[in-house]
Design a protein around this ligand. Structure first.
Ligand code: K7E
Ligand code: CUA
Length: 764
């Protein structure tokens, strides 16, 4: 232990004395030394240099990855692969208070199925909102395959705002994908089921079981899905799979592929061949082409029928009106990916070695000419495969998903069985390069690689297995996201990142500069409804109020106290704590935790959140702030006292531990005066410079000003008590005044350092 401590201590001592730490026994290892010591090759070092993001520097791209069965979204940076956040979506997440405060519980409650809380999700495909087919960085959507649901996350604060449960689907997979101006969010079924919520025997599979694609209407202004304006198109009971929205010339259409168009029903327990055998008999399945713009018009014209209160366009209507057309696609397809120009659609067949490039122009011409090759059992027209294809390319065994490069015609396809990524040219139809990944890749993701303006540069392989890549952590392995450099002709593997949270399926990567998240909320903000909270409380207005049998505590949080600090109620009362964080400073979140009630809040600057508890058992329940927010964070505490029924409330006879004298008062005042001198010199330094040119400093100055106002307030209270010669209270308030000064000084020094390091100029 001593040996470990020694070096940092020596180093900091040297730094403190202003000594340059170079040379000496421990210093200045050369790059060669390090490579030798760690057994690194030139290639390793190059990869490290391509991914290393030095302290203070930031990543170029931000990735939103599905969190798989964790029901969350994982946020990480590229090229560093540093994880920055887990966003609670379908699953409670205590750090964010998600599912532990009343406001977020209301969001999770929107996702109830048959009145039941479903506190997990199987998330697969995140999608970023688009404007003209480009990522606009405003919203993120993600689906839950297990309990057909879609969630809306606002990228202004990275919080989940809404969950909608699909009214007709019993299983889904092909979501979320957005149309080019985020008019709709697409969700497609996976396993067919009756659209009504009733029992239907499997003997009626062909007649009564159905698939569907739901088009969820999105209101960009409000940032919410509007269920009443959403609709579905009924589909045959083919296991629909991934989907994608058309772009440019194919805007207005969406594409959903399928497997098991055999409509096979397993039953291995009865000696029937299982699903996996029966579902792969045919050589082709179907790509569904849906003209959603036309479907929307038909729904508005009253051609839909209501199922569970939701508009569903029947498939006979869809087929007759030219809304729904099928195109054969080779053996058990998986991914369907529309090209940036919207002219091509690449489909990969899991049991094939080919990717098929469909030409939208050709298919559209066939549809317009009513040149159909036949009809399916439900009367839906089928296009001829050959006539619809642009080309087919042999890319490897088990191709799954395709992503587009910024270079024209260049794409990357994940090859599941071969554990490879194939880079190929879909215009010319030729393979360009292959790289091995470890192991069994599912999706892959290039920067904005499913938008109209892919950014190239990096590709992430989302591998299903990690096997031998990481230090073993038990039979359940993390997933492996491998970063690949695609800026040159040959792909190069740069980095392995273990992802310890569910099995992510898809991810989306966006230029970091497009994201503009907020630093703070407007004061008293309910972040889940995006409106002023009815429980917002101003400084000095904290109070307790009984209403409709509930004891409401209107409280505030600010460094470093919770107001109120003591709450006393009678056994059996329901207590609703509402806390507003009065801070405006960046990164000054306060928490609230209390013993034994499963209530836990995260209160970011400006936010108001509530925790409602039932005080069933008499006792003493300490509460405190869970974020280390200042030097006196541990003192950010309080008590909930639950008095037995009928017992008289006792006035708290608080005996202070100290009896201060006039002399103590003098000492404290001297400390405060000295501290003020330091503050004044820092203020002088800042105001003599062009600090207004530095937004970071401007917000620090705002925060420091807040603290100085609080200091002035405490100073006034100090003087009131000293005027009355109440030295005890005068010293306590002088100490509080000092606390505010320390915070102001701390912030001021941070601002000063920032100005020094960023070349601020004297303006005087
Ligand atoms: Cu895992 Cu897109 Cu759900 Cu393929 S999906 S791998
Ligand atoms: Cu607030 Cu600790």
């Amino acid at each position: 232990m001593g040996g470990n401590l020694k070096r940092p201590l020596l180093l900091s001592a040297a730094a403190g004395l202003g000594l340059a730490v170079s040379g000496g026994a421990w210093g200045a290892e050369s790059l060669d030394d390090v490579m030798k010591r760690r057994g690194l090759t030139q290639k390793d070092v190059l990869a490290a240099a391509k991914t290393y993001v030095p302290t203070g520097k930031r990543d170029e791209f931000v990735v939103f990855s599905s969190g798989g069965q964790s029901g969350q979204v994982i946020v990480y940076g590229i090229p560093s692969m540093r994880i920055m956040k887990y966003i609670g979506v379908f699953t409670p997440e205590p750090w964010q208070g998600y599912g532990f405060d009343e406001e977020s519980k209301a969001v999770l409650a929107q996702g109830r199925i048959n009145g039941k809380d479903i506190n997990y999700g199987d998330t697969h495909h995140p999608a970023i909102s688009e404007t003209n087919g480009e990522y606009d960085g405003k919203f993120l959507f993600i689906n839950d395959k297990a309990n057909p649901r879609i969630a809306v996350i606002d990228l202004a604060d990275f919080e989940t705002k809404q969950i909608v449960a699909n009214p007709i689907m019993k299983s889904e997979h092909g979501g979320t994908f957005v149309t080019q101006n985020t008019e709709y969010i697409i969700e497609a079924t996976q396993y067919a089921g009756p659209l009504e919520n009733e029992y239907v025997p499997l003997s009626q599979f062909n007649e009564k079981y159905r698939g569907a694609v739901t088009y969820w209407k999105f209101d960009k202004e409000k940032g919410r899905i509007i269920p009443e304006q959403s609709f579905s198109v009924e589909l045959p009971p083919y296991s629909q799979d991934l989907s994608d929205a058309g772009k440019g010339p194919s805007h207005g259409w969406s594409f959903t592929n399928s497997f098991c168009t055999e409509r096979y029903v397993g039953g291995i327990e009865k000696g029937r061949p299982p699903f996996e055998a029966g579902c792969s008999q045919k050589d082709t399945d179907f790509l569904h082409m849906i003209n959603w713009q036309k479907a929307e018009a038909l729904v508005k014209a009253g051609k839909a029928k209501k199922i569970n209160g939701h508009d569903v366009l029947p498939m006979d209507v869809a087929a007759a009106e030219g809304v729904l057309v099928l195109v054969p696609e080779p053996k058990s397809p998986h991914g369907v990916d529309v090209s940036p120009d919207g002219k091509f659609i690449i489909v990969a067949g899991k049991l094939d070695t080919h990717t098929s490039v469909y030409s939208f122009d050709k298919m559209k011409a066939l549809i317009e000419a009513k040149d159909f090759a036949g009809k399916d059992p439900y009367g839906i027209p089928i296009l001829d495969l050959k006539k619809s294809l642009h080309t087919q390319v042999s890319v490897g065994l088990g191709p799954l998903h395709t992503q587009y490069d910024s270079k024209p015609c260049v794409v990357y396809t994940s090859i599941y069985v071969d554990s490879q990524v194939t880079k190929w040219d879909y215009c010319e139809g030729k393979v360009l390069d292959k790289i091995s990944v470890h192991y069994n890749i599912g999706h892959l993701m290039a920067m904005e690689g499913d938008s109209t303006k892919p950014k190239g540069k990096y590709l992430v392989a989302l591998n299903k297995l990690a096997i031998d890549r990481f230090t073993p952590v038990g039979p359940l392995h993390p997933q492996n996201h491998q970063l690949i450099d695609i800026s040159n002709d040959k792909m190069e593997l740069l980095y392995d990142m273990p992802l310890p949270l569910g099995e992510p399926h898809y991810a989306v990567g966006i230029a970091a500069s497009t994201l503009k998240p907020h630093i703070r909320y407007k004061q008293g903000w309910d972040s889940r409804t995006d409106a002023k909270s009815p429980f917002a409380t101003l400084a000095g207005r904290e109070h307790v109020e009984k209403k409709d049998g509930v004891t409401h505590v209107y409280g505030t949080l600010i460094r470093s106290h919770i107001t109120p600090e003591i709450v006393e109620v009678e056994e059996g009362e329901t207590v609703s704590f509402h806390f507003t964080n009065l801070e405006r400073a960046e990164d000054e979140t306060h928490g609230f935790a209390i013993r034994g009630f499963n209530a836990n809040l995260s209160v970011e600057p400006g936010k108001t959140v509530s925790a409602t508890i039932k005080a069933e058992k008499p006792g003493v329940y300490p509460y405190y702030c869970t974020e280390f927010c200042s030097a006196l964070h541990l003192e950010m505490q309080g008590y909930l006292l639950v008095r037995p029924k009928g017992m008289q409330a006792q006035e708290a006879a608080l005996k202070e531990g100290q009896a201060y004298t006039e002399e103590d008062y003098g000492k404290q005042i001297k400390t405060n005066t000295d501290t003020q001198a330091v503050i004044d010199s820092v203020v002088k330094f800042i105001t003599e410079r062009n600090f207004k040119d530095f937004p970071t400093v401007v917000s620090l100055v705002e925060d420091a000003t807040d603290q100085l106002n609080f200091a002035a307030d405490a100073k006034k209270k100090t003087e009131d008590f000293s005027g009355k010669k109440d030295w005890q209270n005068a010293v306590l308030w002088a100490q509080q005044w000092f606390q505010y000064q320390v915070k102001a000084a701390d912030i001021g020094l941070r601002a000063k350092t920032y100005l020094e390091q960023n070349g601020a100029k004297v303006v005087k």
